[in-house]
Design a protein around this ligand. Structure first.
Ligand SMILES: *[C@@H]1O[C@H](CO)[C@@H](O)[C@H](O)[C@H]1NC(C)=O
Ligand SMILES: *[C@@H]1O[C@H](CO)[C@@H](O)[C@H](O)[C@H]1NC(C)=O
Ligand SMILES: *[C@@H]1O[C@H](CO)[C@@H](O)[C@H](O)[C@H]1NC(C)=O
Ligand SMILES: *[C@@H]1O[C@H](CO)[C@@H](O)[C@H](O)[C@H]1NC(C)=O
Ligand SMILES: *[C@@H]1O[C@H](CO)[C@@H](O)[C@H](O)[C@H]1NC(C)=O
Ligand SMILES: *[C@@H]1O[C@H](CO)[C@@H](O)[C@H](O)[C@H]1NC(C)=O
Length: 302
C-alpha cells in the first residue's frame, strides 16, 4: 500500500469518526467521569416493596461523609425510585427516556458544565457491595437544562445524590436518593432549616407536578401523590407514597443537625418518599423502550 493510499484511508477514517461524534445526541449535563460498566450476570429480582431494606444486609439509611465535625455524620436517604418502575427509567442515561431524562423532566440536571463540586458521599445499600461513592449529584436547574445547575452551585437550592441497589445480595435496581436544600456557596453549602424534609418534598412536588407545596409537617405514613412530567417527548407518570419505620425519625448522626433541626424539632422526620415511575409515551419514531431486563444490563454501578 502506497503512502498516498494510506493517508487517504486515514483521512477517510477521520472524517467518518468526526461524523459519528457530531451525530451523537446532546447529553445535557452528563458527567464525563462516569463509566457505564456493563452488567452481565446477576439478574434483577424486585421484591414487592420495590426495594430491599439496606439494613437487612448490613447497610444503612444514612450516607457517610468524610471530614464532618463531630466525625461520622451522614445524610438521610429520603427518596427511592422503586425497582418496580419501568426498566427504561432505571437505566442511567439520557437517551431512550432513561433516568437522566426523567430527572430533567422533574427539573434536575447534572452538575455545572460537568464539573463535580462538593465532596463525595458514600452509601451502603446492603446489596453486598459495601460503601459506594454516589453515582452523581443532580441539582435543581432553574428551568435551564444546560446551564441552570451552575446557578444552583452558586445560589444554592435543591439537590440530591443517588446510588443504585444493584449488587448480588439485593439486586432490586431501585435508585436511592439523598435530597436536601442547601444554602448559597458563600455559606459553605450548609443545609437550610428543615432542609432534608423540604428537599425531599420539593423534589416530590415537582415529580408529581403539584400546583401547591406539599405540606411537610402534616405528612404521615401512607400519604400519596401522583402526577405527570415530560422531557424531550417522553412522558412519565410518578406515583408516590410516603413510608415511615425505615429511616430514623430524629437528629442522631445527621450532618448539620444543629442548623437543620431547630427549636427541638427533629432534623429528619423519618419519612421516605417511594417513587414508582412509568414511561407513558415516547416521541414518535423512537424505539419503544424495552420492558425486559435486557436494557438493565447497561446500568452502572457493578
Ligand atoms: C470516593 O470518593 C473519594 C473522595 O472523592 C475518593 O478519594 C475515593 O477514591 C472514591 N472511592 C471510590 C471507590 O471511587
Ligand atoms: C473517606 O476517607 C477514606 C480514608 O481516607 C477513604 O478511603 C474514602 O474513600 C473516603 N470516602 C469518601 C466518600 O470521601
Ligand atoms: C419545585 O422545586 C423548586 C426548587 O426547589 C421549588 O422552589 C418549588 O417550590 C417546587 N415545587 C413544588 C410544587 O414543590
Ligand atoms: C407504614 O405503612 C405501611 C403500609 O403502607 C406499613 O407496612 C408500615 O408498617 C407502616 N409503618 C409504620 C411505622 O407503621
Ligand atoms: C417523628 O417523631 C415526632 C416526635 O419526635 C412525632 O411527632 C412524629 O409524628 C414522628 N413522625 C413520623 C412520621 O413518625
Ligand atoms: C426558634 O424559636 C425562636 C424563639 O421562639 C424564634 O425566634 C425562631 O424564629 C425559631 N426558629 C425557627 C427556625 O423556627
Amino acid at each position: 500500500m502506497s503512502t498516498t493510499t494510506a493517508s487517504f484511508l486515514l483521512l477517510l477514517l477521520l472524517s467518518w469518526w468526526s461524523l459519528v461524534i457530531t451525530a451523537s445526541p446532546l447529553q445535557v449535563g452528563y458527567p464525563s467521569s462516569i463509566s457505564l460498566t456493563s452488567r452481565s450476570s446477576n439478574s434483577r429480582k424486585v421484591p414487592p416493596l420495590g426495594f430491599y431494606d439496606p439494613r437487612d444486609h448490613g447497610g444503612n439509611w444514612l450516607t457517610v461523609l468524610n471530614n464532618t465535625f463531630p466525625a461520622g455524620l451522614g445524610e438521610p436517604i429520603n427518596v427511592i425510585l422503586l425497582g418496580t418502575s419501568d426498566s427504561a427509567v432505571l437505566i442511567d442515561q439520557q437517551v431512550d427516556g432513561g433516568l437522566r431524562n426523567y430527572f430533567l423532566s422533574i427539573g434536575f440536571a447534572g452538575e455545572c458544565l460537568g464539573q463535580h463540586s462538593g465532596s463525595d458521599q458514600a452509601a451502603n445499600l446492603g446489596d453486598g457491595r459495601g460503601y459506594q461513592n454516589e453515582t452523581a449529584v443532580m441539582r435543581w436547574n432553574y428551568g435551564d437544562p444546560a446551564l441552570g445547575t451552575c446557578k444552583e452551585t452558586v445560589l444554592g437550592g435543591n439537590h440530591f445524590r443517588y446510588w443504585a441497589q444493584t449488587g448480588s445480595e439485593a439486586n432490586s435496581g431501585a435508585v436511592f436518593m439523598a435530597a436536601s436544600y442547601e444554602l448559597p456557596e458563600k455559606f459553605s453549602h450548609d443545609i437550610v432549616v428543615n432542609g432534608y424534609n423540604l428537599g425531599r418534598d420539593w423534589l416530590i412536588g415537582n415529580a408529581t407536578a403539584q400546583s401547591t407545596l406539599i405540606p411537610t409537617t402534616s405528612l404521615t405514613n401512607a400519604t400519596t401523590y401522583s402526577g405527570q412530567t415530560s422531557y424531550g417527548g417522553y412522558v412519565y407518570q410518578s406515583d408516590v407514597q410516603y413510608l415511615s419505620g425505615y429511616l430514623v425519625n430524629g437528629s442522631d448522626g445527621i450532618n448539620h443537625y444543629l442548623s437543620v433541626g431547630v427549636n427541638g424539632t427533629n432534623a429528619v422526620d423519618g419519612l421516605v418518599a417511594l417513587l414508582n415511575v412509568k414511561l407513558l409515551t415516547t416521541p414518535s419514531g423512537s424505539p419503544k423502550p424495552s420492558s425486559s431486563c435486557v436494557a438493565f444490563f447497561s446500568f452502572l454501578g457493578g
